[in-house]
Ligand binder design. Structure first.
Ligand SMILES: Cc1cc2nc3c(=O)[nH]c(=O)nc-3n(C[C@H](O)[C@H](O)[C@H](O)COP(=O)(O)OP(=O)(O)OC[C@H]3O[C@@H](n4cnc5c(N)ncnc54)[C@H](O)[C@@H]3O)c2cc1C
Length: 503
């Protein structure tokens, strides 16, 4: 590095990570780089990863995809947030929504007014003042729900991950990406600098390049197996190490949100798609057997299973470095944080965007670009890790697994955030971190971390005005939400009757 010849990118692996990278490179580098992707039908993909966060719009808009076509081709539905069920004990639930709570008054942030309202005994749950949550509770959805005083709903998607990868595969190949089907059986390194020179495929084929993107999933064939980059194990903070995934028939509920139901030693996702619901039990194998985890999952499906539960083992954490020599890892090859906040696909797309942003105009892969990329990525991953860890730490369930989580030693970065929030409901966003004040606030309060006071700013509003102000907000959200179409109707209006038929 830096390479002297034109950029010749070889992507190893064609799961979501490989095809997101291929499609984005094809769209933004065009004919300034040659792009080849190698994938093996014999190995297949991890086949999960169905929930997203709103930043997925950057990818969809960036690639110029049409929303309706995208929903049709991926069996997609809408996601307004995640409902956390029983994390504070049986019967409790809250929604971490993608929308904002309430509306501030002048300089006074809404949360501070709400905190004062709570102290005065005139405020309901924080979620009562959130338009996304009002729509989610009624299972309503529209992409043009806003009014003069109410913002549009903030949403992401649920989709079938393999259909999404296939869609991006077609997109990339139409734009010149060369796809090679084959098993990578070896990696050839350049004798002098140790860069990767070529992938060796079955059938004695050789694929040369000057920049290699490792998207080989948990195998991490290039970054880890070839270049020896070690793994940073984060399981002391994110102790779940196993998942069982099973699809079931589409249920009547057809929720416009993901559910995360807490169980004895982990939690279960429910992700409604047009044609089925994706389910998975994420658990810690130190505290529950695989058989018991499977029984728990099957007992908590809201419709008939369509297959046997499929096991996936993992360790939450990341590679010590994401880019070394002429190889950058994306997706599971770079690391994995369990899917509680649906962040993995985002981490792929943000890494691809970061790479494109740090490249100079002549696309030279400089040491500065590499170091900047690694530094910013490390920050992004650590902040996401803290956010997910917060959910586990601030639980109020009984039992050995949950006790472990309550008592774990937190990273200083998270401890500081919790203390600041406890004192006065404050949050300071650092270094472009993914989740904003709103998300941290909703999850802190949802998980029972209650601020002890509020900002003096909120004392500027007469106490007797706070109750009526809050009630009028809640009422306006409820009313507007109840006028929206049902989620199922709305999806059917976009993709046709195949969804409606399941009613
Ligand atoms: C239980 C679980 C739940 C998840 N849920 C979510 C979620 O809700 N939201 C979210 O954003 N993310 C989620 N994820 C993460 C998401 O699934 C992945 O980030 C995403 O699918 C990217 O995977 P990947 O492309 O890195 O790996 P894979 O899908 O495993 O793809 C690896 C590719 O490498 C190829 N390959 C490997 N070895 C070779 C070889 N020797 N020769 C040739 N090709 C090879 C394979 O054929 C395949 O094409 C979840 C992950 C897990 C484990």
């Amino acid at each position: 590095m830096p390479q002297s010849s034109p950029l010749d990118i070889v992507i190893a692996g064609g799961g979501t990570a490989g095809w997101v990278a291929a499609a984005t490179f094809a769209r933004f580098l065009g004919n300034r780089a040659s792009i080849t992707l190698v994938e093996s039908d014999a190995i297949g993909t991890v086949g999960v990863g169905e929930a997203t966060i709103p930043q997925i719009h950057n990818l969809i808009i960036g690639l110029g995809l049409d929303q309706v076509d995208f929903l049709r081709r991926t069996n997609g539905t809408f996601k307004l947030g995640i409902e956390f069920v029983d994390w504070l004990g049986e019967g409790h639930s809250y929604i971490h929504s993608f929308g904002y709570s309430g509306r501030g008054v002048g300089l006074i942030p809404f949360r501070q007014l709400w905190l004062r309202g709570r102290a005065l005994g005139v405020a309901g749950e924080l979620g009562d003042y959130n338009f996304n949550i009002a729509a989610a509770r009624l299972k309503r959805m529209s992409t043009s729900a806003g009014t003069k005083t109410i913002p549009d709903l903030a949403y992401a998607y649920h989709f079938d991950a393999s259909l999404f990868a296939r869609m991006l595969g077609e997109y990339a190949q139409e734009r010149g990406v060369r796809r090679i089907e084959g098993m990578i059986v070896g990696v050839e390194r350049d004798g002098e600098g140790g860069d990767i020179a070529a992938l060796l495929l079955n059938g004695e084929r050789r694929v040369e390049g000057n920049f290699f993107v490792d998207c080989t999933g948990f195998r991490s064939l290039l970054l880890s197996k070839t270049l020896g980059v070690q793994y940073q194990d984060w399981s002391k903070w994110l102790p779940c190490d196993s998942a069982l995934a099973v699809p079931c028939e589409s249920s009547d509920a057809f929720r416009p949100y993901t559910q995360a139901l807490s169980h004895k030693s982990g939690w279960q996702w429910r992700i409604p798609l047009q044609h089925r619901t994706g389910n998975g039990h994420v658990y810690c194998s130190k505290f529950i057997s695989d058989d018991e985890a499977a029984s728990t999952l099957l007992a908590n499906l809201d419709a008939a299973p369509l297959a046997d539960p499929r096991p996936i083992k993992f360790t939450s954490g990341r590679r010590e470095t994401f880019w070394t020599h002429n190889c950058l890892a994306l997706g599971l090859a770079a690391g994995f944080m369990e899917p509680l906040e649906s962040t993995s696909i985002h981490l792929v797309q943000s890494a691809v965007a970061r790479l494109l942003n740090v490249l100079p105009g002549d696309l030279a892969l400089t040491a500065t670009a590499r170091e900047t990329f690694n530094r910013l990525s490390a920050i992004e991953w650590a902040r996401v890790r803290d956010f997910i860890t917060l959910h586990y730490f601030a639980n109020r369930r009984e039992g050995p697994f949950w006790d472990y989580c309550k008592n774990m030693e937190l990273p200083d970065s998270l401890l500081e955030k919790i203390e600041l929030f406890r004192e006065a409901g404050l949050f300071m966003r650092e270094e472009d971190e993914l989740f904003l004040d709103e998300s941290w606030g909703q999850v802190m309060i949802g998980q029972g971390i209650t601020p002890e006071s509020w900002s003096p700013l909120a004392d500027n509003v007469p106490g007797e005005d706070i109750g009526p102000f809050l009630e009028s907000l809640a009422e306006s959200y409820r009313l507007r939400a109840s006028s929206l179409p049902a989620h199922r109707e709305f999806v059917a209006s976009m993709v046709g009757d195949k969804v409606k038929e399941k009613q």
